[in-house]
Each structure stands twice: as C-alpha cells, then as structure tokens.
Write a protein that binds this ligand. Structure first.
Ligand code: LLP
Length: 383
C-alpha cells in the first residue's frame, strides 16, 4: 500500500484512506481464482459499504451479500444486479423482506421455520414467490475469535442440524417459496484452510441427507470467512484466494448442474484501507510512553471490541531511534487503545500514523460516541 504523505497534510485527520489500485488488484485476483471453477462471489457489504468501492465491485461482476434492507438498497443503488443479491441475517424486518421481494433478489437466506413462514406470507400477499436458501448451522468450529465464530450449535445463527429435515420438508409445502440454495457461514478471519475442509465435508454429508428426504437445490453457498494477514500487510497484501478456491474445489462434492457461491468480505477489502491519524500528544511517563492520536475507538473499534491487532506505523519521514509506546485514542474509555507496546520511530506531535489493514469492518463500524464526527474516506486516485 502506498501513502502519498505530501497530500495527506492537507486532509483533516482522522480519515480512511483506500488504495484503489490495490483494491482492484485484490478484487480481480479473487474473481479470477473463483472463475477458474465457475464459482460466484457475493461481496459481503457489511465489511465495507463505501459507494465508490461498491461501484467498482459491481462493475467487475461481483454479486452482493447483504444483511439489512439498507444494504440491499445500497447494493442496488451501486449497480449490483438484484438477481445477484443474497439477503442474510437472523432478524429481517417485514419491510426489509418486502424490499427484497419487490426487487426479486437471488435469495433470502432464512434462519428459522418462522422466518420462512413470514417470507411466504409476504410473498403471497404480493402475489409472487420468493427464492429462499436455508441457512444451516453446520456446527463446525472455525477456530477464530469467539465474537466472530458463527457456525457452532451455541450461536444464534442458522437452522440446527437436528431441525434440518423437518424444515426442508416444510419449505416444500409453502407455495410462495422456491428453495434454491443451502447456505453456510462458519465465521470470519479464518486463518487456516482446515475449517473450510471440514465445512465441505459437512456440506457433502448434508446434501446426501437432504437428497434422502427428496430435497435437492440448484445452489450451494459456503459463506465468507477467509482471513487476512494483519501482521504483515505489505508482504501479504493479497489474500490466499488461489488456495481457498482450490480447497473448496478439492473437497466439495457438487451435484450435477449445481452452482457454488461464497460471500467474501474482509479478504476483498481489508488490506487496501488504512486509518490515518495524527499524533496529538506524546506522554512520556516513568513506566510507559503514550502516543495520543486523534482517532479513537469510534473510528476503528476492532482493537477495543475484539482485542484485534492492527499494525501501526509512523508514516512521517523517519527519525532513526525507536521507542516503545502505547498508541491510544482520545475517547473517555480505558479500552480506547489501538495497541500496547509498539516500537515506533521517536514520535512527535503532528506526526502522521497509519493503522493498517483497516479496510474491512473499520469505516462501517464507526460511531458518533462522544459526538465525534464520522471519519471520511479518501481514495488514492482522487487525493
Ligand atoms: N456471510 C455471512 C453470513 C457473514 O455473517 C459474514 C460475516 C460474511 C459472509 C463475511 O465474512 P468475511 O469474509 O468478511 O469474513 N466485525 C467483525 C467481523 C464480523 C463478521 C460477521 N459476518 C470483525 O471486525 O472482525
């Protein structure tokens, strides 16, 4: 990722900076690897719903994975074809479902029998039929952070395995639904490919099980979750798409004519974004040194919420000697810490600091706590 530092001095901090060239290369790499096997990628808008980035992705032919009516609307406004939109989420409101029905989206990924009944009723009232997917909780451990693991029995997501046959039979009786897909998602920031191998085995087993009760579908959606390298953003700026898709291809048994879908979010967008902030104060105390920056947990909540690591760099032209600092924000919460004990070049008031790998779940999770302004976005091809 390249930082045009001279240009940055004219922009009020903190702000998100996106390297558009890296973004395009990453998205293209994902697409090319998926296309080798004829797979479809629905980009997960929840990772980053920035309009410019969405327009680039829709122009390249990505589908969309949405988790709210507003995301469905944003996807459509940014050029995604409704027939490529999957709408997931454990709590869809009626008005959100109606929006999806009106646009004839690809699938409602339904998570309970009751939800299926509601979608059926709403489609019936509109004199149409809705395409649905059963979101199945496969009880596969993604070995990732507890807050972002989703495919275990104890998680709120999906239809549990013991309910599956009954729910699948039930869908077939609902006259205003067309079951087109089975959907899975085991978690996010999955660093190893092994959990995906396990997922594929589970999908194969469940396809057999469903076929025995007379249920077959045209599409299989394995969700998202491919991780990125937060430690080495420059060495591994493009995630391991080739290995990911090859793993799916090697282990999943698709039935004749079946189409495979996935919903990558983080891996498409994380490495091309950084949160740029300025050092306000340096506090050198007996036991610790602090760099107080003007970005806080309101701009990037991942370290405070998940204890997530983001690489921090002082991008002001370098001074030689290094010092160890805690890099903290201005919010009145002791969890407003970006990183503890980071070795940085001696830092001074006014220095620019980049918090790396912030393109995913950064800007979209910003809040106005303490009545702060939401951070703005700037792009490498516009500054
Ligand atoms: N599909 C479904 C059903 C999902 O729940 C998610 C993410 C994705 C796809 C996209 O997963 P990805 O490829 O981005 O891993 N805020 C957390 C991450 C939450 C992920 C939620 N679901 C974070 O900052 O780490």
């Amino acid at each position: 990722m390249f930082f045009p530092i001279d240009k940055f001095h004219a922009i009020p901090t903190p702000f998100y900076f996106y390297d558009v060239e890296l973004f395009r290369r990453t998205a293209q790499a994902a697409l090319s690897e998926a296309q080798k096997y004829g797979y479809t990628i629905h980009y997960a808008l929840k990772a980053n719903a920035n309009e410019k980035l969405l327009r680039l992705l829709s122009g390249m032919g990505f589908g969309a994975d949405c988790v709210s009516g507003a995301e469905v609307q944003r996807a459509i406004d940014c050029g995604f074809a409704p027939q490529g939109i999957a709408f997931a989420g454990v709590g869809k409101r009626d008005d959100e479902i109606c929006l999806g029905i009106d646009h004839r989206i690809f699938s409602f990924n339904c998570e309970s029998e009751q939800e299926l009944e509601v979608v059926n009723e709403l489609a019936k009232a509109k004199g149409t039929a809705a395409q649905v997917a059963l979101r199945i909780n496969p009880n596969v451990d993604a070995h990732t952070h507890a807050h972002i693991t989703t495919g275990l029995d104890e998680n709120k997501f999906g239809i549990n395995l013991w309910q599956l046959n009954d729910v699948a039979k039930k869908v077939q009786q609902l006259s205003h639904l067309k079951l087109v897909c089975i959907h899975f998602h085991i978690g996010s920031q999955i660093a190893e490919l092994e959990p995906f191998v396990e997922l594929c085995a589970k999908v194969n087993e469940l396809q057999e099980q469903l076929a025995q009760v007379g249920v077959t579908v045209e599409h299989v959606n394995v969700g998202g979750g491919l991780g990125v390298d937060y430690e080495n953003p420059d060495e591994n700026s493009i995630p391991q798409f080739a290995a990911y898709f090859a793993t799916l291809n090697r282990h999943i048994k698709l039935r004749k004519g079946q189409q495979l879908h996935c919903e990558l979010g983080r891996s498409i967008v994380a490495q091309c974004g950084a949160l740029i902030t300025k050092c306000l104060y340096v506090k050198e105390l007996q036991k610790k040194n602090f760099v107080v920056v003007d970005a806080g947990m309101t701009d990037l909540i991942r370290p405070a919420l998940y204890g997530a690591y983001h690489k921090i760099e002082n991008i002001t032209p370098q001074r030689n000697s290094k010092k160890v600092y805690d890099v903290v924000g201005p919010i009145c919460e002791s969890s407003d810490v970006f990183s503890k004990d980071v070795a940085l070049p001696q830092t001074q008031r006014g220095d620019l600091i980049a918090i790396r790998t912030a393109g995913a779940y950064g800007e979209v999770m910003a809040s106005r706590y303490n009545l702060r302004q939401l951070p703005k976005a700037y792009f490498s091809d516009e500054v």
